[in-house]
Design a protein around this ligand. Structure first.
Ligand code: AMP
Length: 190
């Protein structure tokens, strides 16, 4: 089995975060959630946190000029080089996708797969209203979903053009979705 470098895409509320944690553990790779990195920076009150906080609360996107170098630095660290990575929440824009491609190219690396964890807008809206996270105001939820359609959904084509896209149905029991995700990864990594 080679070192896995994967991206998981999905609307907020698709179960992406939960499934990512389980997948990273199952495959022994690093779970790199840019949302988690930003939330930790906000909690610590670092410069990054101060730059990101208001944007996150409003449901907007932190700038590519901040996000791309942040991921670039992180994926060069020993643990990711040795064990691979599951990117969760990045890329979210075309510039971030191009940035990811460049940074992997520069290291002579390629993505194994980009997984689209597919759950319809109506379903994720209900799930997010129910979970009540602090940055989940109704306006912020709507804004994040709109931005997903405008900025991130087009990346599905971008990955498909490169032969990297696999779509997995995100409806159903958590363990069933997990099994579907594993099947896709194992197939790509055979
Ligand atoms: P998430 O946990 O992935 O839903 O991210 C929470 C929030 O962090 C998002 O609503 C954005 O404000 C910000 N964020 C996380 N990842 C990115 C990214 N790749 N680009 C821009 N903003 C991001």
């Amino acid at each position: 089995m080679s070192v896995l470098r994967m991206v998981i895409l999905g609307r907020q509320g698709s179960g992406k975060g939960t499934q990512s944690l389980r997948l990273a553990e199952a495959y022994g790779c690093v779970h790199l959630s840019t949302g988690d990195v930003l939330r930790a920076a906000v909690a610590e009150g670092t410069q990054l946190g101060r730059q990101a906080e208001a944007i996150m609360t409003s449901g907007g996107l932190v700038g590519d000029d901040i996000m791309i170098p942040l991921v670039q630095e992180r994926i060069g660290k020993d643990d990711i080089v040795a064990n691979g990575v599951l990117l969760d929440g990045f890329p979210r824009t075309a510039d971030q996708a191009n940035g990811l491609e460049s940074m992997l190219d520069a290291r002579g690396q390629r993505l194994t797969v980009a997984i689209n964890l597919d759950v319809a807008v109506e379903e994720v809206t209900q799930r997010m209203m129910a979970r009540g996270r602090e940055d989940d105001s109704e306006d912020a939820i709507t804004r994040r979903l709109d931005l997903y359609e405008a900025e991130t959904a087009p990346l599905l084509d971008w990955f498909a053009e490169r032969g990297l896209l696999a779509t997995v149905d995100g409806l159903g029991e958590e363990s069933d979705v997990f099994d579907r995700l594993k099947a896709v990864i194992d197939q790509r990594n055979a």
